[in-house]
Design a protein around this ligand. Structure first.
Ligand code: FES
Ligand code: FES
Length: 153
């Protein structure tokens, strides 16, 4: 079959036109009276990497805004883009509950058809792992301690 048919139009759209691609500086954080959190995650399987930026209100632990950068493939870019969007407005603890399955579901056109082929699932797991990296940095804890051990790729 045609490989393009295995990707939802949302994945194709977000990979070529991500909404939350970018970065935040300390200056940006200061302007919004927020704490800047920058976290990296690299995939051992494919060698790709993602960086997540959060502006967090330290009084409420609420994520005011999010951006990402990616060295990953199209699926990783689309997944990171939706992941960043899903974290905005959530507290750190709420954001930690977002999984790669939530990300994949948010990218579906048809609720019964996967957003991308199964061999690309690990690319969406990076979006989960970088949330855990960022949350652990904010909380000052070991990422292994807050990681959901059921999430594997
Ligand atoms: Fe490396 Fe998708 S992130 S193949
Ligand atoms: Fe790529 Fe797990 S992150 S295989």
């Amino acid at each position: 079959g045609n490989i393009w048919e295995e990707y939802s139009s949302k994945v194709i759209d977000r990979m070529s036109n991500p909404r939350f691609l970018g970065e935040f500086s300390e200056e940006d954080a200061k302007k919004r009276n927020a704490k800047l959190v920058v976290a990296d995650f690299g995939s051992e399987a494919c060698g790709d990497a993602v960086r997540l930026y959060w502006l967090v209100d330290s009084k409420t632990d609420k994520i005011l805004d999010a951006r990402f950068k990616s060295f990953g493939c199209g699926t990783a870019i689309a997944s990171s883009d939706v992941m960043a969007e899903l974290t905005i407005g959530k507290t750190i603890d709420e954001a930690m509950k977002i999984t790669n399955l939530d990300v994949e579901k948010a990218l579906r056109d048809d609720p019964n058809k996967p957003a991308f082929p199964p061999q690309k699932m690990h690319c969406s797991v990076m979006a989960y792992d970088v949330i855990i990296e960022a949350a652990s940095k904010y909380k000052g804890v070991d990422p292994k301690k807050i990681k959901n051990s059921e999430i594997v790729c």
